[in-house]
Write a protein that binds this ligand. Structure first.
Ligand SMILES: [Zn+2]
Ligand SMILES: [Zn+2]
Length: 338
């Protein structure tokens, strides 16, 4: 089968012919229909997340937003039959027994494994997933619409929930890319007023089309007082840049919450004075739980949110990763095996 392979962080990326994997105890084999490309793929390839480089599998198949049909099941798997369409998310497995798992935070499990990072992923014809950690895709939702929900969509839903977004709150969204375009729609579904911030006008247009109440081109710093006047209770950062994180501190209202969804490599100098005097709460979102995935898939199946996707062939994977790194992609690219 074909797979998009990475030799090691910072190494070579290429489409290779590899053996079809075999599901082991508790695992299932999925014939991939759609696999979302995520900026995390770029971080893994570039090796700019020094903290996680050691857990990245060598000779890795990339991809962690998988939708496909169960082809076969390994020993001990019950409740999942071949033929079922499932979503396999970035969180490949969690232990279920640690303090974090027991209190419902499986995404914080210290032993968690990850699809397309610690284990081979879904930019391939087939992927192996852990049966207990996939969820069925609701009827009527296409594989390409569903794929980015298995990381970007679910993470943003988890972030907005954890930050307390709801009726009457004002939500600022920095970056209108893969995660950001879901943040705008989910913010509206949850009852918030949504303020979009971008440095790219095409993406601001998308924000308005998806329901943002207003949008600001923050490449021009003179607009910052106008953004501050919006009084954003929560600002979610979905652009993996240091400037985006510094901007978040500037535009979040006093006593408000900054939610970090996209994290750049290296270190961001931020103003502790601003954090202290404004009484800001800093949250970060490390993907999300299976329940967040179930809920975001249901919202999409009900037509309440949409994925802005462009479908490309798996063989365009290397080129698409380069375009994602250049920020020249609007919305989300989904790779589809031939
Ligand atoms: Zn992702
Ligand atoms: Zn655990």
């Amino acid at each position: 089968m074909k797979a998009l392979k990475l030799t090691a962080p910072g190494g070579e990326v290429s489409i290779e012919e590899v053996d079809k994997p075999v599901p082991q105890e508790g695992e299932i084999l999925i014939k991939v229909e759609a696999s979302g490309l995520c900026y995390t793929d770029v971080h893994i390839c570039d090796g700019d997340w020094e903290l996680v480089d050691a857990v990245i599998k060598r000779d890795l198949t990339l991809g962690h937003e998988a939708i496909g049909i169960v082809e076969s099941v390994g020993p001990g798997v019950t409740g999942i039959e071949p033929g079922l369409r499932v979503a396999a998310p970035f969180l490949r497995w969690a232990c279920g027994a640690c303090a974090q798992c027991r209190r419902g935070e499986e995404n914080h499990c210290p032993q968690a494994t990850t699809l397309g990072m610690s284990h081979d992923g879904s930019h391939a014809d087939y992927v192996v997933a852990v049966a207990e950690f996939v969820v069925p895709v609701p009827e009527g939702l296409s594989p390409s619409q569903a794929a980015p929900l298995a990381c970007a969509g679910m993470s943003v839903l988890g972030a907005l929930r954890n930050a307390g977004v709801g009726l009457g709150t004002t939500l600022g969204v920095i970056g209108v890319g893969g995660q950001g375009h879901y943040a705008i729609q989910l913010g509206k579904v949850m009852g918030a007023k949504v303020v979009a911030m971008e440095i790219d006008n095409a993406k601001l247009e998308l924000a308005k089309r998806l329901g943002a109440d207003c949008g600001f081109d923050v490449s021009d710093e003179s607009v910052i007082p106008d953004v501050v006047a919006q009084n954003c209770d929560v600002v979610v950062v979905t652009a993996p840049s240091h400037d985006a994180h510094r901007l978040a501190l500037m535009v979040t209202a006093n006593g408000g919450t900054v939610s970090l969804c996209a994290v750049p490599g290296g270190e961001t100098p931020i103003s502790m004075t601003a954090c202290g005097f404004k009484g800001l709460k800093l949250l970060s979102q490390a993907v999300a739980t299976r329940q967040d995935l179930v809920d975001v898939l249901d919202l999409a199946a009900a037509g309440r949110i949409q994925s802005e996707v462009e479908t490309r062939s798996l063989s365009d994977g290397v080129q698409s990763l380069n375009q994602l790194r250049d920020r020249s992609i609007v919305g989300r690219v989904v790779l589809v095996p031939e």
